[in-house]
Design a protein around this ligand. Structure first.
Ligand code: ADP
Length: 539
């Protein structure tokens, strides 16, 4: 039997229309260092129409890719709506990529137009000769432009267009936007989100993050990475004020912006939220307007969650996801009825699966293993906002009978709480037994002297692999490997305790601020670190 329901396509155009009509007075605020630039949804909506007109004048037609090389700001929001709603594909470019990789993904996506911040024109200029698909460059901002000849000016283009645009009908399964993985564990691969997937994911983010039009959402996660976790779309859908820090992502800039504009909600990777906490502890700063922050992208130490609660009065919610999952797949809320003293057991887990996403755990042979909170395997996911392939790239090893293989290894309990212990490429197998590098890292940063920690597996003649711990100590702090082993000893199995230690000034990070373990292992191989080996601790 057919249903009697109307068949309205699920599209970004609809998200856009709703926010613009229902919340014309909600604000879009861009930080510019000292001052913030304020505007309303109504004004932005008009400019979205003008931008679509400008791109059509430049010959952009449905299906064409339009790149953005931009920080988080008002014009990037405009691109987020105009490009997909006109049927073209928004391709957010990661401005921290090394130039050869940037050129590689522009060429792979065949971007015809790139919208670029004035401050980022030197980066685009360094690759443009290698990117024959780019026909036009549009520069945002009136600052100096270098090396791009006579590019088009964003404001001039918008001024020449009509404030209305005839939005085409959209096939909800067509591509709306694309993002390349950061290549932490391999070459970057393109994920193309559909209108339908962005629409459904926006509803999930709205509900999961409890967003509404009383909230002021500070978007720290870069808009070039996984649509800033979907927060611009979800926030706009329900009329939250959107606070955009521009390029002022250092703790001092964020603190100034927070003090002036008083956001209520934010999110970020652990490295950024740790830096913010350390800054407030060292220098003071009023971040009291923020009640909640989502943290994910890599494991969130329990000590960070408790410090946010106790020092800043902010509830930190750990979430899990990846470029391929749009990204929201799980969030760590304690189950109903949890006693206050037990809350941290759940808050420090990786997360509980969100509605719309299905999880399963498989062993090395691909057979399903139980969700009992103990059996360890690779996590596989499926659902309407999980990718089923990569754009123009074969990767059969990443898919399994219609499920995405996440490459994350861990356990799942009976209620579908996930605990990730490692990425499959980072697992440490010592004498045939697993050691969780993620658990050692999150414990080590709980030591008062430790600012950052990384643990990688390195060759060992006897055990095949043993953990090497790399540490960055807090300024002025000191700790010896033996002290750190004593600190870990009551918390983990004895054979997990590393006997190889090294102290460094900083840890190599990827373009989105995650530990670059591939590089750490390579540098260890090239003997770049001076490693302390505790002979007395060797087993
Ligand atoms: P990349 O391009 O490096 O894959 P992503 O942002 O897509 O970049 O990274 C996704 C990965 O980040 C996940 O597969 C997982 O390994 C890690 N990750 C994300 N959130 C968490 C979390 N809460 N705990 C542990 N790891 C996480």
């Amino acid at each position: 039997m057919n249903s009697t329901m109307q068949d309205a396509p699920l599209s970004i155009t609809e998200l856009f229309r709703h926010g613009a009509q229902v919340f014309p007075d909600s604000e879009i605020i861009t930080f510019e260092g000292e001052q913030a630039r304020h505007t309303s949804y109504a004004k932005v909506a008009e400019r979205v129409n003008r931008l679509a007109g400008a791109l059509r004048t430049l010959g952009i037609v449905p299906g064409d890719r339009v790149g953005t090389l931009c920080w988080n700001h008002q014009e990037h929001i405009e691109a987020y709506f105009a490009i997909p709603s006109m049927g073209a594909v928004l391709h957010t470019l990661n401005l921290r990529l090394p130039p050869p990789q940037l050129a590689q993904i522009i060429n792979h996506a065949e971007d015809r137009v790139v919208i670029v911040d004035d401050s980022l024109t030197p980066l685009l200029a360094s690759v443009i000769d290698q990117c024959p698909s780019i026909e036009n460059v549009i520069v945002v901002g009136s600052g100096e432009v270098s090396g791009l000849g006579e590019p088009l000016a964003y404001e001039t283009l918008l001024a020449a267009e009509s404030p209305t645009f005839a939005w085409p009908e959209i096939d909800e399964r067509s591509a709306a936007s694309m993002c390349y993985t950061t290549g932490t564990t391999g070459d970057p691969k393109g994920v193309a989100y559909s209108h339908r997937s962005v629409y459904l994911h926006s509803f999930a983010v709205w509900a999961t993050f409890h967003l509404d039009d009383r909230g002021r959402l500070l978007i720290i996660v870069p808009m070039f990475h996984v649509n800033a976790w979907g927060t611009p779309y979800a926030g706009w859908l329900v009329g939250s004020d959107l606070l955009l820090p521009g390029r002022f992502l250092q703790p001092q800039g964020l603190c100034d912006f927070i003090r002036q504009e008083r956001p209520t909600f934010t999110g970020g990777v652990p490295t950024i939220l740790t830096a913010l906490l350390n800054h407030v502890q060292a220098n003071g700063g009023d971040v009291s307007s923020i009640k909640t922050a989502v943290c994910g992208g890599s494991a969130v130490p329990a000590t960070l969650i408790t410090a946010y609660r106790d020092v800043l009065g902010i509830e930190l919610w750990q979430a899990w996801g990846m470029t391929e999952t749009s990204p929201i797949a799980a969030i760590a809320f304690p189950p109903k009825g949890t006693a206050p003293e037990d809350e941290m057991i759940y808050r420090s887990k990786t997360g509980r699966v969100v509605p719309g996403v299905e999880l399963r755990l498989v062993d090395d042979s691909g057979a399903e293993i139980p969700h009992d909170g103990e059996a360890v395997g690779e996590i596989e996911v499926r659902g309407p906002w999980i990718t089923a392939s990569y754009y123009n790239a074969e990767a059969p090893e990443k898919f399994h009978d219609g499920w995405l293989r996440t490459g994350d290894v861990g356990n799942i309990d009976a209620r579908n709480y996930v605990q990730i212990t490692d990425r499959s490429k980072d697992v440490i197998k010592s004498g045939g037994e697993w050691i969780s590098s993620v658990e050692l890292e999150t414990l080590l940063v709980g030591h008062p002297a430790v600012a950052e920690a990384a643990v990688v597996g390195v060759h060992d003649d006897r055990w095949a692999e043993r953990p090497l711990a790399l540490l960055v100590l807090k300024p002025g702090a000191s700790a010896t490997p033996d002290e750190l082993r004593d600190f870990l000893a009551p918390k983990v199995a004895r054979w997990w305790l590393p006997e190889r230690w090294t102290f460094v000034d900083e840890l190599p990070k990827t373009s989105v601020g995650k530990l670059d373990k591939k590089l750490i292992r390579a540098e260890y191989g090239r003997e770049k670190f001076s490693v302390i080996e505790l002979e007395h601790a060797k087993r």
